[in-house]
Ligand binder design. Sequence first.
Ligand SMILES: [Zn+2]
Length: 83
Amino acid sequence: MRPAANLKPVTYRCPFCEEHLPALMEHVLVLPEGDTRRRRHAHTECALAEKRAGRMPSYDQWLAAQPQRTGRFSRLFAKSRAR
Ligand SMILES: [Zn+2]
């Protein structure tokens, strides 16, 4: 067993509204079809609104809109995308 990720005091960033998303807050994981490694944390309301509007972005579209970042997660993504 290992602790659930959302018990850690980490903060994600919602891909839809660009606001911070404390992990302790209720939220959802956005799973682009066919690639669960690209899951993102988003506000529940934001994800539902996007889904209703029929414009849930793909991870690539979302990534292209992000500022350049360095860090553990972006390196992990870069690694998985290089395959
Ligand atoms: Zn949001």
